[in-house]
Design a protein around this ligand. Structure first.
Ligand code: PBG
Length: 325
């Protein structure tokens, strides 16, 4: 029997050999851990569709961040859950310095100046319409939204946070926010743009967590059509021109090809958001013992790195770090 002299299995014969030839690795410093903040004290409310994830009041969030930092997680993305009666058409709480979210961010940065804190810029958690932009006559009005996003970004920057994350998908918002930040003296605050954010079915558990689902319609006039990849490259070019410091693709798993293509096009760091629904699928299957949750988590994070992401936003961050202990 003839067999090719090349036998790829030689490079897999032991863990030692496999580890020498291993091409990719997920480092703790690659991970950004999303956290959900609620008003009050000593509050910890489970997100039902995301086992292991909680909405935390500031006091408990400070403890959570401290614990994660000890494990080696250094970056966090903090989202506010806003009570319904505080929401309005113009998301006015989002730039009210007395609002609990902005006050909490200030405290978090004060206690953990060495941590990297990212915040989210979009109207949906604060909007009575549950949309990322301003709604007039059932339509999302792009340019009037920019004004609100600019105020929101400046208010967040004033708390001392490190990275602003515009997740709204309005046209021109990266440039608008960059200009607003610079004019207000926040030239050091970075922008991680949600560059290719798709109109996805994978966000539902997140919307449960923040109670932020759209009150009518869907987000398809601003978030991207899952059928399109080339359009993501247009978004990437624009965000880069407008001054983004990082480009993000979201969700991650159904869009690994988009991660790979954007990585080829840009020299900026590329991030991918391993979103709530992607987390929920693994947790649900693991609870039923249909999958080995830990093994699948590692495989998923690795696949996102392999596709080209430098940074992964993931609800698995803490669990990933705990297994490394
Ligand atoms: C808000 C926002 C969303 C997510 C991050 N920022 C939801 C949405 O756009 O509807 C989703 C995150 C996740 O599913 O984990 N604009």
């Amino acid at each position: 029997m003839e067999i090719n002299i090349r036998r790829p299995r030689r490079n897999r014969k032991s863990e030692a050999i496999r580890s020498i030839v291993r091409e990719n690795e997920v480092r703790l410093n690659d991970l950004l851990f999303p956290l959900f903040l609620i008003d009050g004290t000593n509050k910890k409310i489970a997100v039902e569709s995301m086992p292991g994830i909680y909405r935390l009041s500031l006091d408990l969030m400070l403890k959570e961040i401290e614990y994660c930092m000890k494990l080696g997680i250094i970056a966090f993305d903090i989202f506010p859950a806003v009570e319904d009666h505080l929401k309005d058409k113009t998301a006015s709480k989002s730039y009210d310095q007395n609002f609990f979210y902005l006050k909490a961010l200030k405290e978090i940065k004060k206690q953990f100046p060495e941590a990297c804190i990212m915040t989210d810029v979009a109207m949906d958690p604060y909007s009575s319409d549950g949309h990322d932009g301003l709604v007039e006559d059932g339509k999302i009005i792009n340019d009037k939204t920019l004004d609100i996003l600019g105020k929101m970004a400046v208010a967040q920057a004033a708390t001392g946070i490190d990275i602003i994350g515009p997740s709204d998908m309005m046209d021109g918002r990266v440039g608008y926010i960059r200009k607003a930040l610079d004019e207000n003296g926040f030239t050091d605050v970075s922008i991680m743009s949600y560059t290719a954010k798709y109109a996805s079915g994978f966000y539902n558990p997140f919307r449960d967590a923040l109670d932020s689902a759209p009150k009518f319609g869907d987000k398809k006039t601003y978030q991207m059509d899952p059928a399109n990849a080339r359009e993501a490259l247009i978004e990437a070019t624009l965000d880069e021109q407008e001054g983004a410091d990082f480009l993000m693709i979201k969700p991650a798993l159904s869009y690994l090809d988009v991660i790979q293509q954007i990585k080829k096009q840009t020299n900026l760091p590329v991030a991918a958001y391993n979103v709530s629904g992607e987390y929920a699928m693994v947790k649900a299957a693991a609870e039923k013992k249909w999958l080995d949750g830990n093994r699948v988590m590692n495989e998923i994070l690795l696949s996102i790195k392999r596709a080209g992401a430098d940074i992964i936003l993931t609800y698995f961050a803490k669990e990933f770090a705990e297994q490394k202990k």
